[in-house]
Ligand binder design. Structure first.
Ligand SMILES: O=C(O)C1=C[C@@H](OP(=O)(O)O)[C@@H](O)[C@H](O)C1
Ligand SMILES: C=C(OP(=O)(O)O)C(=O)O
Length: 453
């Protein structure tokens, strides 16, 4: 078990210009799609987050050759749409919901059976949201009854395979939640289907799948929150990829917020993806009066990128809700840290999806905030948080194995009146392996304490 001890920054400030890890969402897709391509793909700027490694390992277990060719470079030998091999043991998706849900979309269409497993947290996450629609187009998938959500199932998932010569059918599916994982699972299954895939969601979730599949020549059309994939007449071949992955906006968020709440700070995060389906936090920062400037660097591999400058300015409370939530879904925990330093009461609504992430992020954040002496109220779909002046209480935080909770707590710890301990912080490697080194480079003092299990 790894703990972090965060020392108060006191009169100090954060300063510097830093890279951030590669975008985790795009990393998963780059691996999955290049495995299904014809030819050898090259992926660079890859930062080996534990979640992305889970996707790579699952593909390797199905016969895909993935080689590390440099510190941040990989090659993937695509096997084509129909070249995956039956795995000889359960595929371990670790902590990664994206791995499990997207791979299920692919495996649902295979002739061979497979089983997907995950860690303690992943084994509590809801899976009917993908299994239901996949079953309705002919997939045969079973899971375990969900311990808390009636009618839902969770991992392990048994995917029975379709048998030789059988195919998935068409689907028209309107998802009750905005979710790129559901959308991507259904679209991936649609690559193999006989018949079209129509998917609609309430508000637009991240669109990396649509961008990448379109670039690979897959016949896909989007209109607003609707996407349609009709493989009729398509030859089923995707050319190999050669791409450099943009920096992760969700990782940059921790540093941009840190620069707002540690007085006198100025931080630049370099080459960060600014896809409009991911910029909810930047909009929140603007609404709150943050010091922020976005220097566009054009596009990389079909995704807009920018250097983002963040410097401390007085913050005012805001309301975060509606369609913006989907565009900031992984940034809500760190947005709570902004609320702590804003004048007034910040309200977060429409974020019930946070209850089914790596932890129940609404409940966990309420506990974290109270441990720091912040007044907050837990709402069914969000939080009400009162701004607070002066040093925060020194806290002892249990991350619940949730990387975004661990990182948010570490940032808040900089404002403590005495050192803060963040327990079970090894999970940070899930998305931001160099988080501690990066923060130290900006001026923070953090000890890493490895406890014997
Ligand atoms: O598709 C993706 O890469 C992701 C989609 C989001 O999940 P949902 O689709 O469940 O909202 C997000 O929370 C997750 O970190 C990554
Ligand atoms: C929710 C997350 O990821 P996943 O769903 O892939 O586990 C996340 O990274 O915050």
């Amino acid at each position: 078990m790894t703990d972090l001890v965060i020392h108060p920054i006191g009169e100090g400030a954060l300063s510097g210009s830093v890279p951030v890890p590669s975008d985790k969402s795009i990393g998963h897709r780059a691996l999955l799609f290049s495995a299904l391509c014809n030819g050898k793909s090259r992926i660079s700027g890859f930062s080996f987050s534990a979640d992305n490694v889970s996707t790579a390992d699952a593909l390797r277990a199905m016969g895909v050759r993935i080689e590390t060719t440099g510190k941040t470079e990989l090659t993937v030998e695509g096997v084509g749409l129909y070249g995956l091999r039956a795995p000889d043991k359960p595929l371990d998706c670790g902590n990664s919901g994206t791995t499990m849900r997207l791979i299920t979309g692919i495996l649902a269409a295979q002739s061979f059976p497979s089983t997907l497993i995950g860690d303690h947290s992943l084994t509590k996450r809801p899976m009917m949201r993908i299994v239901g629609p996949l079953r309705s187009r002919g997939a045969r998938i079973d899971g375990q009854p969900h311990p808390k959500r009636e009618g839902d199932i969770t991992a392990p998932l048994q995917i029975h395979g379709l048998g030789e010569g059988k195919y998935l059918g068409p689907i028209e599916y309107e998802s009750p939640v905005s979710s790129a994982q559901i959308k991507s699972a259904i679209l991936l299954s649609g690559l193999f289907a006989h018949g079209a895939t129509h998917f609609k969601e309430p508000t637009l979730s991240r669109d990396h799948t649509e961008r990448m599949l379109s670039a690979l020549g897959v016949p896909l059309r989007t209109v607003g929150t609707m996407v349609e994939l009709d493989p009729g007449g398509w030859n089923g071949q995707m050319p190999a990829l050669d791409m450099e992955i943009v920096g992760d906006a969700s990782a940059a968020a921790f540093l941009l917020v840190a620069a707002q709440i540690v007085p006198g700070s100025r931080v630049v995060t370099r080459s960060v993806g600014t896809n409009p389906t991911r910029t909810g936090l930047l909009e929140v920062l603007r609404d709150m009066g943050a010091g922020l400037s976005i220097e566009s660097l054009g596009e990389r591999a079909g995704e807009p990128i920018a250097d983002i400058h963040s410097w401390t300015e007085p913050l005012r409370a805001t309301t975060i809700g509606g369609e913006r939530v989907a565009r900031a879904i992984d940034e809500i925990p760190i947005a709570c840290a902004l609320a702590v330093r804003a004048s007034g009461t910040t309200v977060i609504r429409d974020a019930e999806e946070l209850r089914v992430k790596e932890s129940d992020r609404i409940a966990t954040m309420a506990t974290v905030l109270r441990s720091f002496g912040v007044t907050c109220e837990e709402l069914p779909d969000g939080l009400r948080i009162e701004g607070k002046e002066g040093p925060l209480e020194a806290a002892d935080i249990d991350s619940h194995g949730d990387h975004r909770i661990a990182m948010t707590s570490a940032i808040l710890g900089l404002l403590g009146r005495a050192p803060t301990r963040v327990r079970d912080a090894g999970c940070i490697t899930t998305s931001f392996p160099k988080f501690v080194a990066t923060l130290r480079g900006l001026g923070a003092t953090i000890d890493v304490v490895d406890e014997a299990p």
